[in-house]
Design a protein around this ligand. Structure first.
Ligand code: UDP
Ligand code: MG
Length: 318
């Protein structure tokens, strides 16, 4: 009989009072079934991470923890965003678990994929990525913006798994390694492929949010994409360099052209070109400076090494 591993399911929650009871019910059924089938150890748990919610989310988590030994939780001192909350949960869970699965509180990601993820884990995979099969149930807007996001990230040189969000299994070993990535601007789905180890994917159908509304409006998503690109890729800066090179070639042509014009005696027209060149080159310079500034800004926050989260309570250490 193979060893039964301790599984922790990490669920970040921000203002999720409407969904947390239902999520608890469904995850309880799932965990009990897996424990009964001797797939995971009976010490397995769900770890809720309260990301500074303004509603009753934390009170509900505490209540659930009192009633059900399968559920525990941590609470961050304030809202730090999905990625930071998730990292806080993963780093806490790895103290107690052999293997950790992260998922959203709204159960948009099909929890039945957990069985297959565990199968792949037991056959030697250290990371199993959950990948959306289709986005039939997403709104047209969400589908287009989200898929555009993945394509744009790839184009910008960031290595991510297509249509994979943060529904994934990772072994304790992977999480121990992840801890050594000290960056402050987190983009976890880009960091796991960096860690490496044997990995696989599991496909699933993505559902609608059954209650509450998305905590990822377009603005947050754009910020997230921007963070991902500027934390992982130097392609934007190369793009500027390439534009600079093309500009240089164009200016050579302009130079020859205006020289010829001068020889013919048609000098007045050269003025237009000079003015145009000055305008274009200064625009390019401004762009380049802006981009370099962006990277310097990142380096600045990295060197400060601020703590990414502060845990105020941990129900597992009471
Ligand atoms: N979330 C969080 N902190 C935030 C925003 C979101 O912990 O500042 C959590 C949220 O509770 C959910 C997950 O991140 O469990 C994903 O958010 P959501 O489902 O709203 O995103 P969507 O599925 O619409 O992209
Ligand atoms: Mg969601």
């Amino acid at each position: 009989m193979k060893k039964q591993e301790i599984l922790y399911i990490v669920v970040p929650c921000y203002n999720e009072e409407e969904v947390i009871k239902e999520t608890t019910k469904r995850l309880k059924e799932k965990l009990n079934k897996l424990i009964k089938e001797k797939i995971i150890s009976k010490d397995s748990k769900v770890l809720y991470v309260n990301d500074g919610s303004k509603d009753r989310t934390w009170e509900l988590i505490e209540e659930i923890h009192e009633k059900e030994k399968l559920f525990t939780g941590i609470s961050l001192s304030r809202n730090r965003g999905h990625q930071n909350a998730l990292l806080a949960g993963l780093m806490t869970a790895k103290k107690y678990a052999d293997v950790v699965i992260s998922m959203d509180a709204d159960l948009q990601d099909d929890i039945d994929a957990i069985d297959e993820m565990l199968d792949k884990y037991y056959t030697g995979n250290e990371i199993v990525y959950g990948v959306r099969n289709s986005r039939k149930k997403d709104t047209w807007f969400k589908k287009t913006t989200a898929e555009g996001f993945y394509k744009f990230m790839k184009f910008m040189g960031v290595d991510i798994v297509f249509n994979h969000a943060d529904y994934r299994l990772a072994s304790k070993r992977v999480l121990d390694e992840l801890e050594n990535y000290k960056e402050v601007n987190l983009f976890l789905r880009g960091m796991f492929p960096l860690v490496g180890f044997k990995s696989d994917v599991v496909y699933y159908e993505r559902n609608e949010r059954f209650a509450g509304e998305s905590k990822y409006p377009l603005k947050k998503m754009l910020n997230f994409a921007w963070d991902g690109i500027t934390s992982f890729s130097i392609k934007p800066i190369r793009l500027v360099l390439n534009i600079g090179l093309i500009m240089f070639v164009i200016s050579l042509i302009v130079l020859i052209y205006s020289l010829v014009m001068k020889l013919i005696g048609n000098t007045v027209s050269g003025w237009t070109f000079i003015v145009c060149s000055i305008w274009i080159t200064s625009a390019i310079q401004m762009l380049a400076i802006g981009l370099i500034g962006e990277y310097i800004g990142k380096m600045y926050s990295e060197t400060k090494q601020r703590p990414r989260y502060i845990i105020s309570k941990n129900l597992n250490e009471k």
